[in-house]
Design a binder for this molecule. Structure first.
Ligand SMILES: [Mg+2]
Ligand SMILES: [Zn+2]
Length: 220
């Protein structure tokens, strides 16, 4: 079986784009709007060095909302792939959810409840079947709590990549499936966590401590 690092796209591999009209941060819709987050290429290369497949898993509700065409999405993905390739990195696969729940702004054939829109784990589960992936030995890395939720629902370990202070995000961890195994400031830290499987803030650490205690007890 293979193991994989699932990686969110927008806000994790590439920067979000400021939309002046609406005052919001959005996914890039044109190739020229795509810029890499720091260490994006290094992160993918590091995952490969440690034997992981790299699979980008991204929600693209703009398709259902009619603000993004499949062609435009492909052009943005191609641009992102080209920027990464220029730094020697290449993902193994990219899977996207084009859906959004039906609403006033989402009413085309993609406007449906689906199992692939994160926080649901469908993208990861489908990729696991396709690439024979052991989800328990895999990671989901992203900047959103929905990435953490999808990763945990799929049975992966999770890393939340955020510059927010722990006090700012910690209160959300009590929400269902929102507590990541680790928090990283950027993809460089995320790569370090994956390469050492050590987390600055994680359940795994507590488990390691429990394990150590038990081993100590057994030795006596
Ligand atoms: Mg994101
Ligand atoms: Zn979907």
């Amino acid at each position: 079986m293979n193991k994989a690092v699932f990686i969110d796209r927008d806000g994790t591999l590439n920067d979000m784009v400021y939309d002046e009209t609406h005052g919001t941060l959005d996914s890039p819709r044109r190739p020229k709007d795509v810029s890499l987050k720091p260490y994006a290429a290094e992160f993918i290369k590091c995952a490969h060095q440690h034997g992981y497949l790299t699979i980008v898993a991204t929600n693209q509700p703009g398709i259902a909302r009619g603000t993004l065409s499949l062609k435009a999405l492909a052009a943005v993905n191609d641009r992102l792939a080209a920027l990464l390739a220029a730094e020697g990195a290449e993902w193994d696969a990219l899977r996207f959810c084009p859906h959004s729940p039906p609403s006033a702004s989402a009413k085309n054939e993609y406007a449906v409840e689906c199992n692939c829109r994160k926080p649901r784990p469908g993208l990861l589960l489908d990729a696991a079947r396709e690439f024979d992936i052991d989800l328990g030995g895999s990671w989901m890395v992203g900047d959103g709590l929905n990435d953490v939720q999808a990763g945990k629902a799929a049975g992966c370990r999770t890393i939340l990549v955020t510059k927010l202070k722990i006090e700012q995000v910690e209160r959300f961890f009590s929400l269902e499936n929102c507590r990541p195994d680790a928090i990283a400031n950027d993809l460089k830290e995320a790569a370090e966590i994956i390469s050492t499987s050590m987390a600055r803030y994680c359940q795994e650490k507590q488990e390691t401590e429990i394990f150590t205690t038990e081993v100590t007890k057994t030795r006596r």
